[in-house]
Design a protein around this ligand. Structure first.
Ligand SMILES: Cc1cc2nc3c(=O)[nH]c(=O)nc-3n(C[C@H](O)[C@H](O)[C@H](O)COP(=O)(O)OP(=O)(O)OC[C@H]3O[C@@H](n4cnc5c(N)ncnc54)[C@H](O)[C@@H]3O)c2cc1C
Length: 291
Protein backbone atom coordinates (compact mmCIF):
# COMPACT_ATOMS: atom_id res chain seq x y z
CA UNK A 1 0.00 0.00 0.00
CA UNK A 2 1.05 3.60 -0.46
CA UNK A 3 0.65 6.37 2.09
CA UNK A 4 -2.33 8.71 1.81
CA UNK A 5 -1.36 12.11 0.39
CA UNK A 6 0.20 14.68 2.73
CA UNK A 7 1.95 18.04 2.71
CA UNK A 8 5.72 17.94 3.30
CA UNK A 9 7.87 20.60 4.93
CA UNK A 10 11.60 20.42 5.68
CA UNK A 11 12.05 22.55 8.79
CA UNK A 12 15.27 24.57 9.13
CA UNK A 13 15.06 25.26 12.87
CA UNK A 14 13.37 24.12 16.06
CA UNK A 15 11.46 27.43 16.09
CA UNK A 16 10.03 26.58 12.66
CA UNK A 17 9.06 23.09 13.88
CA UNK A 18 7.26 24.62 16.87
CA UNK A 19 5.45 27.15 14.67
CA UNK A 20 4.30 24.41 12.26
CA UNK A 21 3.13 22.20 15.14
CA UNK A 22 1.28 25.15 16.70
CA UNK A 23 -0.49 25.77 13.37
CA UNK A 24 -1.30 22.20 12.34
CA UNK A 25 -1.57 20.47 15.76
CA UNK A 26 -2.69 16.85 15.66
CA UNK A 27 -2.68 16.71 11.85
CA UNK A 28 1.13 17.18 11.77
CA UNK A 29 3.74 14.49 12.45
CA UNK A 30 7.49 14.98 12.82
CA UNK A 31 9.61 12.89 10.46
CA UNK A 32 12.90 11.78 12.04
CA UNK A 33 14.49 8.53 10.77
CA UNK A 34 11.16 7.41 9.31
CA UNK A 35 11.82 3.80 10.39
CA UNK A 36 8.52 3.54 12.25
CA UNK A 37 6.48 6.43 10.87
CA UNK A 38 6.91 5.66 7.16
CA UNK A 39 5.83 1.99 7.42
CA UNK A 40 2.86 3.07 9.54
CA UNK A 41 1.91 5.64 6.90
CA UNK A 42 2.30 3.05 4.14
CA UNK A 43 -0.03 0.73 6.06
CA UNK A 44 -2.34 3.72 6.62
CA UNK A 45 -2.23 3.21 10.37
CA UNK A 46 -1.45 6.94 10.56
CA UNK A 47 -2.47 9.60 8.03
CA UNK A 48 -0.79 12.89 8.87
CA UNK A 49 -1.94 15.88 6.87
CA UNK A 50 1.51 17.45 7.34
CA UNK A 51 4.91 15.80 7.57
CA UNK A 52 7.49 18.07 9.21
CA UNK A 53 10.99 16.77 8.41
CA UNK A 54 13.47 17.51 11.24
CA UNK A 55 16.49 15.79 9.66
CA UNK A 56 18.26 18.98 8.59
CA UNK A 57 18.20 20.66 12.01
CA UNK A 58 21.82 20.45 13.20
CA UNK A 59 21.09 21.49 16.81
CA UNK A 60 18.98 18.34 17.27
CA UNK A 61 21.98 16.12 16.48
CA UNK A 62 24.64 15.93 19.18
CA UNK A 63 26.07 13.89 22.03
CA UNK A 64 27.42 15.84 25.04
CA UNK A 65 28.92 13.97 27.97
CA UNK A 66 29.00 16.03 31.16
CA UNK A 67 29.80 15.25 34.80
CA UNK A 68 26.56 13.64 36.00
CA UNK A 69 24.60 13.53 32.78
CA UNK A 70 24.95 12.72 29.10
CA UNK A 71 22.76 14.71 26.72
CA UNK A 72 21.71 13.58 23.26
CA UNK A 73 19.85 15.64 20.69
CA UNK A 74 16.55 14.01 19.76
CA UNK A 75 17.46 13.62 16.09
CA UNK A 76 20.82 11.96 16.78
CA UNK A 77 21.03 8.72 14.81
CA UNK A 78 21.03 5.53 16.86
CA UNK A 79 24.30 4.44 15.17
CA UNK A 80 26.02 7.66 16.33
CA UNK A 81 24.98 7.04 19.93
CA UNK A 82 26.02 3.39 19.66
CA UNK A 83 29.54 4.28 18.47
CA UNK A 84 30.27 7.18 20.83
CA UNK A 85 33.08 5.99 23.12
CA UNK A 86 32.74 8.77 25.72
CA UNK A 87 29.02 8.07 26.01
CA UNK A 88 29.61 4.31 26.26
CA UNK A 89 32.05 4.94 29.13
CA UNK A 90 29.56 7.04 31.14
CA UNK A 91 26.18 5.50 30.16
CA UNK A 92 27.12 2.00 28.92
CA UNK A 93 23.53 0.77 29.02
CA UNK A 94 22.78 2.77 25.86
CA UNK A 95 25.31 0.90 23.73
CA UNK A 96 24.36 -2.41 25.33
CA UNK A 97 20.69 -1.81 24.46
CA UNK A 98 21.29 -0.45 20.95
CA UNK A 99 22.92 -3.71 19.87
CA UNK A 100 19.44 -5.23 20.13
CA UNK A 101 17.62 -2.46 18.22
CA UNK A 102 16.65 -3.58 14.71
CA UNK A 103 19.57 -3.86 12.30
CA UNK A 104 22.61 -1.78 11.30
CA UNK A 105 20.55 -0.38 8.42
CA UNK A 106 17.67 0.76 10.66
CA UNK A 107 20.09 2.19 13.26
CA UNK A 108 21.80 4.21 10.52
CA UNK A 109 18.54 6.12 9.97
CA UNK A 110 16.57 5.68 13.18
CA UNK A 111 16.98 8.35 15.84
CA UNK A 112 17.03 8.23 19.61
CA UNK A 113 14.17 10.72 19.90
CA UNK A 114 12.10 8.90 17.28
CA UNK A 115 12.32 5.67 19.25
CA UNK A 116 11.34 7.39 22.51
CA UNK A 117 8.49 9.37 20.93
CA UNK A 118 7.21 6.24 19.19
CA UNK A 119 7.02 4.63 22.67
CA UNK A 120 6.69 1.00 21.65
CA UNK A 121 6.46 -0.91 24.97
CA UNK A 122 8.83 -3.57 23.53
CA UNK A 123 11.46 -1.07 22.31
CA UNK A 124 14.88 -1.03 23.93
CA UNK A 125 15.63 2.70 24.28
CA UNK A 126 12.41 3.53 26.15
CA UNK A 127 13.33 0.79 28.66
CA UNK A 128 16.80 2.30 29.17
CA UNK A 129 15.18 5.72 29.66
CA UNK A 130 12.78 4.30 32.23
CA UNK A 131 15.44 2.35 34.17
CA UNK A 132 17.92 5.25 34.31
CA UNK A 133 15.26 7.90 34.91
CA UNK A 134 16.11 9.87 31.76
CA UNK A 135 14.57 13.32 31.35
CA UNK A 136 12.95 14.52 28.13
CA UNK A 137 13.25 18.17 27.14
CA UNK A 138 10.12 19.10 25.19
CA UNK A 139 9.76 22.36 23.30
CA UNK A 140 6.72 24.13 21.85
CA UNK A 141 5.94 27.66 20.73
CA UNK A 142 4.86 28.30 24.35
CA UNK A 143 8.25 27.36 25.83
CA UNK A 144 10.13 24.31 27.14
CA UNK A 145 9.46 21.78 29.87
CA UNK A 146 11.19 18.66 31.13
CA UNK A 147 9.44 15.35 31.79
CA UNK A 148 10.87 12.35 33.63
CA UNK A 149 10.68 9.10 31.64
CA UNK A 150 8.18 7.77 34.17
CA UNK A 151 5.76 10.57 33.27
CA UNK A 152 6.69 10.70 29.57
CA UNK A 153 5.58 7.15 28.69
CA UNK A 154 1.82 7.11 29.17
CA UNK A 155 0.71 3.89 27.44
CA UNK A 156 1.33 1.62 24.46
CA UNK A 157 2.70 3.86 21.65
CA UNK A 158 1.66 6.92 23.66
CA UNK A 159 3.50 9.68 25.49
CA UNK A 160 2.51 12.70 27.54
CA UNK A 161 4.02 15.05 24.94
CA UNK A 162 1.37 17.40 23.56
CA UNK A 163 0.73 17.45 19.78
CA UNK A 164 2.38 20.90 19.61
CA UNK A 165 5.60 19.70 21.33
CA UNK A 166 8.86 18.53 19.80
CA UNK A 167 11.22 16.29 21.78
CA UNK A 168 14.41 18.32 21.69
CA UNK A 169 16.94 16.64 24.01
CA UNK A 170 17.24 13.60 26.22
CA UNK A 171 19.24 13.77 29.46
CA UNK A 172 20.66 10.41 30.57
CA UNK A 173 21.88 10.30 34.20
CA UNK A 174 25.49 9.07 34.50
CA UNK A 175 26.30 7.28 37.76
CA UNK A 176 29.52 8.38 39.42
CA UNK A 177 30.48 5.20 41.33
CA UNK A 178 33.65 3.70 39.88
CA UNK A 179 32.32 0.14 40.25
CA UNK A 180 29.14 0.52 38.20
CA UNK A 181 28.01 -2.29 35.91
CA UNK A 182 25.05 -2.56 33.57
CA UNK A 183 23.51 -5.11 31.23
CA UNK A 184 20.71 -5.49 28.69
CA UNK A 185 19.17 -8.73 27.49
CA UNK A 186 16.07 -9.85 25.65
CA UNK A 187 14.24 -12.70 23.95
CA UNK A 188 12.91 -12.23 20.44
CA UNK A 189 12.00 -14.62 17.64
CA UNK A 190 15.06 -13.51 15.60
CA UNK A 191 17.86 -11.12 16.51
CA UNK A 192 16.78 -7.65 15.34
CA UNK A 193 13.08 -8.30 15.83
CA UNK A 194 11.21 -6.39 18.50
CA UNK A 195 11.67 -8.11 21.85
CA UNK A 196 9.04 -10.40 23.28
CA UNK A 197 10.41 -9.35 26.66
CA UNK A 198 13.58 -7.43 27.50
CA UNK A 199 15.39 -6.49 30.71
CA UNK A 200 17.91 -3.83 31.66
CA UNK A 201 19.84 -3.42 34.90
CA UNK A 202 22.48 -1.17 36.41
CA UNK A 203 24.16 -1.65 39.79
CA UNK A 204 26.92 0.10 41.69
CA UNK A 205 28.95 -1.60 44.42
CA UNK A 206 31.44 -0.34 46.99
CA UNK A 207 34.97 -1.62 47.66
CA UNK A 208 33.56 -4.50 49.76
CA UNK A 209 31.19 -5.59 47.00
CA UNK A 210 28.07 -4.25 48.72
CA UNK A 211 25.42 -2.70 46.52
CA UNK A 212 25.15 1.07 46.90
CA UNK A 213 22.60 1.60 44.14
CA UNK A 214 20.53 -0.61 41.85
CA UNK A 215 18.03 0.00 39.07
CA UNK A 216 16.34 -2.46 36.77
CA UNK A 217 13.28 -2.88 34.60
CA UNK A 218 11.57 -4.92 31.90
CA UNK A 219 10.05 -4.15 28.51
CA UNK A 220 7.25 -5.99 26.71
CA UNK A 221 5.50 -6.89 29.95
CA UNK A 222 3.01 -4.02 30.14
CA UNK A 223 1.72 -0.99 28.27
CA UNK A 224 4.93 0.94 28.94
CA UNK A 225 8.47 -0.12 29.82
CA UNK A 226 8.54 -0.81 33.55
CA UNK A 227 11.14 0.09 36.19
CA UNK A 228 11.03 -1.17 39.77
CA UNK A 229 12.74 1.43 41.99
CA UNK A 230 11.23 0.18 45.27
CA UNK A 231 12.25 -3.42 44.65
CA UNK A 232 15.70 -2.29 43.45
CA UNK A 233 16.15 -0.28 46.66
CA UNK A 234 15.89 -3.53 48.65
CA UNK A 235 19.11 -4.70 46.98
CA UNK A 236 21.08 -1.80 48.45
CA UNK A 237 23.35 -3.06 51.25
CA UNK A 238 23.31 -6.67 49.98
CA UNK A 239 26.17 -8.35 48.16
CA UNK A 240 23.84 -8.96 45.22
CA UNK A 241 24.10 -12.70 45.76
CA UNK A 242 22.05 -14.90 43.43
CA UNK A 243 19.26 -15.41 45.97
CA UNK A 244 18.75 -11.66 46.53
CA UNK A 245 18.83 -11.02 42.78
CA UNK A 246 16.35 -13.82 42.10
CA UNK A 247 13.97 -12.57 44.81
CA UNK A 248 14.04 -9.05 43.36
CA UNK A 249 13.52 -10.25 39.79
CA UNK A 250 10.60 -12.47 40.71
CA UNK A 251 8.99 -9.79 42.88
CA UNK A 252 9.19 -7.48 39.85
CA UNK A 253 7.74 -10.10 37.50
CA UNK A 254 4.79 -10.54 39.86
CA UNK A 255 4.00 -6.83 39.43
CA UNK A 256 3.83 -7.01 35.62
CA UNK A 257 0.58 -7.21 33.70
CA UNK A 258 1.60 -8.39 30.24
CA UNK A 259 -0.84 -9.10 27.45
CA UNK A 260 -1.11 -12.18 25.24
CA UNK A 261 -0.62 -12.11 21.48
CA UNK A 262 0.50 -14.34 18.60
CA UNK A 263 4.10 -14.26 19.85
CA UNK A 264 3.66 -15.13 23.52
CA UNK A 265 1.05 -15.65 26.21
CA UNK A 266 0.82 -13.32 29.21
CA UNK A 267 1.97 -16.15 31.46
CA UNK A 268 5.09 -16.81 29.35
CA UNK A 269 5.91 -13.09 29.21
CA UNK A 270 5.67 -12.83 33.01
CA UNK A 271 7.94 -15.87 33.33
CA UNK A 272 10.45 -14.26 30.93
CA UNK A 273 10.31 -10.99 32.86
CA UNK A 274 11.57 -12.76 36.00
CA UNK A 275 14.22 -14.83 34.20
CA UNK A 276 15.57 -11.91 32.14
CA UNK A 277 15.54 -9.40 35.00
CA UNK A 278 17.61 -11.82 37.10
CA UNK A 279 19.98 -12.41 34.17
CA UNK A 280 20.47 -8.68 33.57
CA UNK A 281 21.08 -8.02 37.28
CA UNK A 282 23.65 -10.84 37.50
CA UNK A 283 25.48 -9.62 34.38
CA UNK A 284 25.49 -6.05 35.69
CA UNK A 285 26.84 -7.29 39.05
CA UNK A 286 29.65 -9.24 37.36
CA UNK A 287 30.66 -6.18 35.33
CA UNK A 288 30.71 -4.04 38.48
CA UNK A 289 32.78 -6.67 40.35
CA UNK A 290 35.31 -6.76 37.52
CA UNK A 291 36.13 -3.04 37.95
C1 LIG B 1 13.04 -3.71 10.20
C2 LIG B 1 12.92 -2.87 11.44
C3 LIG B 1 13.25 -3.43 12.66
C4 LIG B 1 13.15 -2.66 13.82
N1 LIG B 1 13.46 -3.25 15.01
C5 LIG B 1 13.41 -2.51 16.13
C6 LIG B 1 13.76 -3.08 17.40
O1 LIG B 1 14.14 -4.24 17.52
N2 LIG B 1 13.68 -2.27 18.49
C7 LIG B 1 13.27 -0.95 18.41
O2 LIG B 1 13.22 -0.27 19.42
N3 LIG B 1 12.94 -0.41 17.23
C8 LIG B 1 13.00 -1.14 16.10
N4 LIG B 1 12.65 -0.56 14.91
C9 LIG B 1 12.18 0.84 14.91
C10 LIG B 1 13.37 1.79 14.86
O3 LIG B 1 14.13 1.72 16.06
C11 LIG B 1 12.94 3.24 14.68
O4 LIG B 1 14.10 3.93 14.37
C12 LIG B 1 12.31 3.97 15.85
O5 LIG B 1 11.21 3.29 16.38
C13 LIG B 1 11.77 5.33 15.40
O6 LIG B 1 12.80 6.22 15.17
P1 LIG B 1 12.81 7.12 13.88
O7 LIG B 1 13.87 8.13 14.06
O8 LIG B 1 12.88 6.26 12.67
O9 LIG B 1 11.40 7.87 14.00
P2 LIG B 1 10.23 8.10 12.96
O10 LIG B 1 9.80 6.81 12.37
O11 LIG B 1 10.60 9.19 12.02
O12 LIG B 1 9.12 8.65 13.95
C14 LIG B 1 8.49 7.80 14.89
C15 LIG B 1 7.47 8.62 15.69
O13 LIG B 1 8.12 9.54 16.55
C16 LIG B 1 7.73 10.88 16.26
N5 LIG B 1 8.92 11.71 16.43
C17 LIG B 1 10.13 11.51 15.86
N6 LIG B 1 11.00 12.42 16.32
C18 LIG B 1 10.34 13.20 17.19
C19 LIG B 1 10.71 14.32 18.01
N7 LIG B 1 11.95 14.81 18.02
N8 LIG B 1 9.76 14.88 18.80
C20 LIG B 1 8.50 14.38 18.82
N9 LIG B 1 8.10 13.33 18.07
C21 LIG B 1 9.01 12.75 17.28
C22 LIG B 1 7.21 10.83 14.83
O14 LIG B 1 6.31 11.89 14.56
C23 LIG B 1 6.55 9.47 14.81
O15 LIG B 1 5.28 9.53 15.42
C24 LIG B 1 12.73 -1.30 13.74
C25 LIG B 1 12.43 -0.74 12.50
C26 LIG B 1 12.52 -1.50 11.36
C27 LIG B 1 12.18 -0.86 10.05
Amino acid sequence: MKAASFEYCRAASVAEVCALLATHGESAKLLAGGQSLVPMMAMRLVRPGWLVDINEIAVLKFVAVEKDVARTGACTRQCVVERDEALAARVPLLRQALKWVGHIQTRNRGTVGGSLAHADPCAELPLVAQVLGARMLLRSAKGARTLEAEKFFSGPMATSARPDECLEEIHWPAWSWRRTGSAFTEISVRHGDFAMVSAAAQVAIDGDGRCVRAAFGVGGAGGTPLAFPKIAARLVGTRLDDAAVSDAAHAAAAETQPGSDLHASAEYRRHLAGVLAARALREARERARSL
